[in-house]
Write a protein that binds this ligand. Structure first.
Ligand code: KE4
Length: 437
């Protein structure tokens, strides 16, 4: 029975009066899949409900933070208790060191960190720190990778910018982008070439060790190790942007998975348990350059906010206590989901390929393989849009863009996965038929 969207459409219309596109982050507009976004009212476990009462199995999880699912009781309890003591002080609380200690216990490459309120702040600050520490100007990022919306990083970024087809962004003067080199991902020669061309001028390489923002694209074997070797040799700072992969692909993030120690790590999403938290960290030596100890300035009114710390502590503590079982469970269920959908596509003669690392994954509507932005961009985004809506109509809430990663949480069940695969079997026939038209 077709879903009703009347209430959501009314709410979208109202929101558009006050907020650009009616959204506070572009990807939520659903423009990449034809618009008409549901307004959500509640989440619990693996499910969310919209303003028209439609229920969905959620594979966005707030774009990664909700690895334990929606409204996890321990997290809700911790935030409620913290709120009763006051929302914010603009002064230190013991919870900041509590969460820092937890994060540092998971990331041996981090001896000291600073909390901020978003992933953008974390990456922006890490780059400033890399420049302060090396006294060099140039930075390397990779096409299809997204590290938040700081000016110098909106250069052929992935995620929202690419999805909206805006190469770079209006309002960023070329002077602000002239020191950013955007290279192809998974291509070591390009990195070697850049370092020889800009000898002793490159402050850092920032990389999503498993990319989520062109869809899920892991670093191919040896690529990350090569980045580590080259940056060590060139005395440049290697920044692993683990805002998405931290505590997601493993308790210690991609650096645990690949056994590589970056010089700086940026985190976000899961460490806030759904509340605004970001962090950047590294050796005590490099972090001592950060004010008030050193000359690199960075600050934030709500950095280390008590409610956000409480949510992060409850989330990371739960992950730490259950990691032996939780990550293998995420691995198993994600593998079952992704292979089930791939089989459904095959049966319907719809051509897709997929990438998955742990509980982050993407199905690409292209034969593949997808190893970088150029291969990801070959995807049939119209077919993806038809599949997306066919799944949404069947109560499956996927990321509304071909170039985003989907996520599974510890609240998802085998029943959820079976329901999702069944919905995909029906949805692919819809894609197939309209494809054939
Ligand atoms: P925020 O400023 O959105 O908290 O974090 C920026 C960021 C940095 N690094 C990585 C690897 C990220 O994935 C992100 C943000 N991710 C997107 C999802 N692709 C957030 C969703 C959105 O923009 O609404």
């Amino acid at each position: 029975m077709p879903r009703k969207f009347e209430q959501s459409r009314k709410l979208q219309k109202r929101a558009e009066r006050y907020i650009p596109g009616g959204v506070n982050s572009p990807v939520r507009s659903f423009r990449a899949v034809g618009g008409d976004p549901p307004f959500l009212v509640r989440g619990a476990g693996s499910r969310v409900w919209d303003a028209d009462g439609n229920e969905y199995i959620d594979y966005i999880g707030s774009w990664g933070p909700l690895v334990l699912g929606h409204a996890e009781p321990k997290v809700v309890e911790a935030v409620t208790a913290a709120a009763k003591n006051g929302m914010s002080f603009g002064a230190s609380t013991s919870m900041e060191a509590d969460l820092a200690e937890l994060v540092i216990s998971a990331f041996p490459a981090i001896e000291m960190l600073r909390f901020v309120s978003s992933g953008t702040e974390a990456t922006m600050s890490a780059i400033r720190l890399a420049r302060a520490s090396t006294k060099r100007k140039y930075i390397i990022k990779f096409e299809g990778c997204y590290h938040g919306h700081a000016d110098a990083l909106l250069v052929k970024a992935g995620s929202g910018v690419t999805t909206l087809g805006i190469p770079g962004s209006a309002g960023v003067p070329e002077e602000f982008a002239q020191f950013t080199l955007a290279l192809p991902f998974n291509n070591t020669d390009a990195v070697e070439h850049a370092f020889s061309k800009y000898k002793h001028q490159i402050a850092c390489v920032i990389v999503e060790p498993v990319v989520g923002n062109m869809g899920c694209v892991p670093g191919s074997g040896g690529y990350l190790a090569a980045l580590r070797l080259i940056t060590q040799r060139e005395k440049a700072v290697l920044i692993f942007d683990e805002v998405m992969t931290g505590f997601r692909v493993a308790f210690g993030g991609a650096q645990e998975l690949y056994g590589i120690r970056p010089d700086l790590t940026t985190l976000g999403k899961i460490i806030g348990g759904g509340l605004p938290v970001g962090a950047y960290g590294g050796s005590a030596e490099i972090m001592k350059l950060v004010a008030p100890l050193g000359p690199m300035y960075q600050a934030g009114t709500l950095s280390g906010n008590p409610l956000a710390m409480a949510a992060g502590i409850a989330t990371v503590t739960y992950l730490k206590e259950h990691k032996e079982k939780l990550y293998p469970q995420l691995e198993k269920l994600s593998a079952e989901l992704v292979s089930g959908i791939a089989a459904a596509a095959k049966n319907a003669h719809v051509t897709i390929c997929h990438n998955r690392t742990g509980s982050m994954f993407t199905w690409f509507f292209t034969p593949g393989p997808v190893t970088d932005w150029n291969s990801a961009a070959k995807s049939d985004t119209k077919a993806f849009g038809r599949f997306f809506h066919a799944m949404l109509d069947r109560g499956i809430y996927l990321p509304p863009s071909q170039f985003e990663a989907a996520f599974l949480s510890s609240a998802h069940t085998q029943k959820d996965v079976r329901e999702t695969v069944a919905a995909a079997r029906q949805s692919f026939t819809t894609v197939r038929s309209s494809h054939a038209r």
